[in-house]
Design a protein around this ligand. Structure first.
Ligand code: C2O
Length: 390
């Protein structure tokens, strides 16, 4: 049975290692929740859809006009009152609550249906990619509406790209002393040892780094990054291997079910989620005794407090689209492309978000599967994709 939208009626604080438990609960909706509808997509005179284009961060940061808009959108989002579901605080809370078991799963649709006792967790399963796609979809629409620019699109941090000089570095537009005002994109809780010119290493392991065992040359990092992408994306042919295992009513993927400090994860993550975790850990404060929670990016509880989170996830989301275009070579079944799950349990799974009008919206996984229907696309960077695909 699919997990349906939560009423968000029950909400518990989220424990952290240092400090008091965090309050990640969301403001109550002003109106009754509405059902998702596909956005109306503008068209050219000849009828071609005009999609928002998400471009690589390492390219966009050379465009002062884009950086100015991007920073302004976050500045305005951060200035909204705490009661506004569009505020940066509440955008963070959406991730913190759904990703750290503040809510309960529910059984039947509608805001009054009964809940199961199981806590809601959107990581570690097939909900990972669809949930984060819809999270970014609304986040982007909110940013766009705050600067009255319907064409505004998030950048993507193209860390799998080993071809372009700056692609796998922490994008400079998020860092201090960038030159163009970018204060709203900055976050102090990042690992400064990994600032440029360091390359994001997809085989990164903080324990090994602490033991001095991760001193690789750029050449080695690039080579290993291609191997990681090949192993976690190209060779993951089935939906289950790429997106993750089933998540249905009663599935308990809460962190409490495993020994997290021993490196265990609950549920069954797909290859895409595993790669994504590494970039989180590499970006946050790690191996710092004052920050045992590895904030911000190194811990799902805090991660969405860092604006870089959304550009990281933009690349994860892009790679889902790329994965579907990889011809299935391994089974030699001709040109078959990889496919998402087709079961009702997957397609009818529901999520709850707030949109740019502050309305609570109920979305189904089936609505998330085609990014063009959601009105956006990614810049084609197949030259670098193909380096790890083949
Ligand atoms: Cu919900 Cu990158 O995590």
């Amino acid at each position: 049975e699919p997990v349906l939208a939560s009423s968000l009626g029950f909400c518990k604080p989220v424990p952290v290692l240092k400090g008091a438990p965090l309050h990640c609960c969301l403001p109550a909706p002003r109106r009754f929740p509405i059902r998702f509808r596909f956005p109306r997509i503008p068209r050219t005179f000849s009828g071609r859809p005009i999609l928002r284009e998400r471009k690589p961060a390492h390219i966009l940061q050379n465009d002062p006009e884009y950086v100015r808009k991007y920073n302004l959108a976050y500045a305005r989002m951060k200035a909204l009152p705490d009661t506004d579901p569009r505020s940066f605080l509440n955008q963070w809370r959406v991730h913190c609550s759904f990703c750290n078991e503040a809510f309960r799963q529910r059984k039947t649709p509608g805001p009054l249906g009964p809940e199961t006792g199981v806590l809601l967790q959107v990581h570690y399963s097939w909900t990972f990619l669809p949930w984060h796609r819809m999270y970014l979809y609304y986040h982007e629409r909110i940013l766009a509406s705050l600067i009255n620019d319907p064409t505004f699109a998030l950048p993507f941090w193209n860390w799998d790209n080993q071809l372009d000089q700056d692609a796998a570095k922490m994008p400079a537009m998020f860092l201090p002393n960038f030159g163009i005002p970018n204060a709203a994109l900055f976050d102090e809780f990042r690992n400064s040892n990994h600032f440029p010119p360091k390359l994001l290493y997809l085989g990164y392991n903080s324990k090994l780094e602490a033991e001095g065992q991760q001193n690789l040359t750029d050449q080695q990092i690039k080579y290993e990054n291609l191997c990681v992408m090949y192993n976690q994306v190209t060779t993951k042919i089935s939906a289950r291997d790429f997106l993750g295992g089933p998540y249905v009513v009663g599935t308990d993927n809460s962190a409490a079910t495993v020994n997290v400090s021993a490196g265990e994860t609950p549920g069954e993550s797909g290859g895409m989620e595993s790669v994504h975790n590494v970039a989180h850990e590499w970006t946050g404060l790690i191996n710092d005794p004052d920050h045992p929670d590895n904030e911000d990016m190194g811990n799902f509880i805090y991660a969405a407090r860092d604006p870089i989170f959304y550009t990281h996830h933009s690349n994860v989301d892009r790679l889902w689209d790329v994965w579907k275009t990889i011809p299935d070579k391994v089974t030699k079944s001709g040109d078959r492309k990889r496919m998402d799950f087709m079961s009702r349990d997957f397609l009818d799974t529901e999520f709850t978000f707030f949109d740019e009008n502050q309305d609570m919206v109920i979305v189904k996984v089936r609505d998330s599967l085609d990014s063009s229907k959601l009105g956006y696309k990614y810049t084609d960077v197949s030259e670098s994709d193909n380096m790890w695909i083949y």
